[in-house]
Design a protein around this ligand. Structure first.
Ligand SMILES: [Zn+2]
Length: 417
């Protein structure tokens, strides 16, 4: 490969290479094969059930997995052997339950030591790259200003950062790279159009696959965050979850019975939901949600009011913590506007859970009560106990970006898509 990297992709239906004689760069190896892989069938269905049971409830004995997955013990043992070879699960001798009768039962858990997923969150101002283990826990992440210039140049320099990140984790078997982005995203083709960045339709998935030699999964960033919440957070699998995101951009997505409703990638555009106020929006109206709550707007107002002397959101939070009345007024205004918007979305869908993500919420925990009170006042439905903050705090972008790859590992543990 031109970049000198040799990121091999597993060719067989469950081949994972970890040749210790390889140079570190060579050890970055994909688990997911090409898109033409053989379809699954019951062997895969059993593996999905076993792996899902272990992910949700592990560490578990084989007998407990059999009960949880509704499979026979011999089937579970066979599947566990196959998943162990793939380094997706492993025995946890530390958790042995020795009841003194027969062989001690060594529980099985997700193997967080080998396979990893890489992720890129492409934000309007900040891009985050990260690497997560099979439980969605970040091994490392780093932020950079989203590169200016053409989409191709930006993707090239982001790919450079990803390669540097992977070089720092040479022993990891990298299953692929997730790209989570705002704008219009087609997960099937990997094509992205991002008006905010001035990107026309770009074959982002293909471009990154070529640059990195790894499979790339492209998803909208809000659906990816909702998927992360379902897979690794508190979203729960049953019922309806509404996920609302707010930082520089806003978005919302619905998940029903553990599945994110992605539609054609155009739903959930709540940027112009009217929330009152007089901030002028690019659409010509005043009081649209996104422009009202965006970090850049709040910061611009803080600069104008003399609350901060540089456009740094942390300074605003520090000022608020120090009791600066204008800082508090700005953050309270944002929290109330968000609360009103979330109330409208809640009344529209009547979900079981509303998960709020993004720094507009998670960086301002002191203002959550105001968000909740404004939500309660604006919603026609009773109760606020369904409101939750997302499970990943300020890491939400990085975890979400890695999640697309991890979802595929859990849906297709033997590698077919
Ligand atoms: Zn607008």
């Amino acid at each position: 490969m031109a970049d000198g990297f040799d990121h091999r992709t597993a060719a067989g239906d469950h081949t994972v290479h970890a040749d210790p004689s390889c140079r570190p760069d060579d050890a970055v190896t994909a688990v997911l094969p090409e898109r033409s892989a053989v379809p699954g069938g019951s062997r895969e269905a059993n593996a999905v059930a076993v792996l899902g049971t272990i992910r949700r409830h592990g560490p578990l004995s084989r007998a407990a997995i059999a009960a949880g997955a509704g499979l026979s013990l011999p089937t579970v043992s066979r599947v566990v052997t196959a998943l162990t070879e793939l380094r997706l699960v492993r025995e946890q001798p530390d958790h042995v339950h020795d009841r003194g009768v027969g062989r001690p039962r060594v529980p099985i858990d997700v193997d967080t030591s080998a396979v990893a997923a890489c992720g890129i969150h492409l934000g309007l101002s900040t891009t985050t790259v990260g690497l997560a283990d099979l439980r969605g826990r970040l091994l490392e992440s780093e932020r950079m200003p989203t590169p200016a210039g053409s989409a191709e140049d930006a993707l090239t320099s982001i790919a450079e950062r990803v390669r540097a990140l992977l070089r720092r984790h040479p022993a990891r078997l990298v299953a692929g790279v997730g790209l989570a982005a705002g704008g219009l995203v087609d997960p099937d083709s990997g094509v992205l159009r991002h008006d905010g960045l001035g990107w026309p339709e770009v074959e982002a998935g293909t471009t990154l696959e070529r640059a990195l030699g790894l499979p790339v999964v492209v998803d909208g960033h809000v659906p990816a965050m909702a998927a992360a919440e379902l897979l690794f957070g508190s979203g729960g699998r049953a019922g309806t979850m509404l996920y609302v995101y707010a930082r520089q951009v806003t978005g919302a997505v619905l998940a029903v019975d553990g599945r994110v409703l992605r539609g054609r990638g155009r739903a959930g555009g709540i940027a112009h939901l009217p929330v009152g106020g007089d901030v002028r929006c690019g659409c010509g109206a005043r009081g649209c949600l996104e422009v009202t709550v965006a970090e850049r707007t709040v910061l611009a107002e803080a600069l104008r009011a003399g609350v901060v002397d540089r456009p740094d959101i942390r300074s605003l939070h520090v000022a608020a913590a120090d009791g600066h009345p204008d800082a508090d007024r700005l953050l309270t205004g944002r929290a109330r506007a968000l609360g009103r918007a979330v109330a409208v979305l809640r009344d529209l869908h009547d979900p079981d859970v509303v998960v709020l993500g993004g720094q507009a919420v998670t960086d301002a925990p002191g203002h959550f009560p105001e968000l909740r009170d404004s939500f309660a006042a604006a919603s026609a439905l009773p109760g606020t106990e369904l409101l939750r903050q997302n499970s990943f705090g300020p890491d939400v972008q990085a975890v979400a970006a890695c999640t697309g790859v991890l979802e595929r590992v859990y849906a297709h543990p033997f590698g077919s898509r």
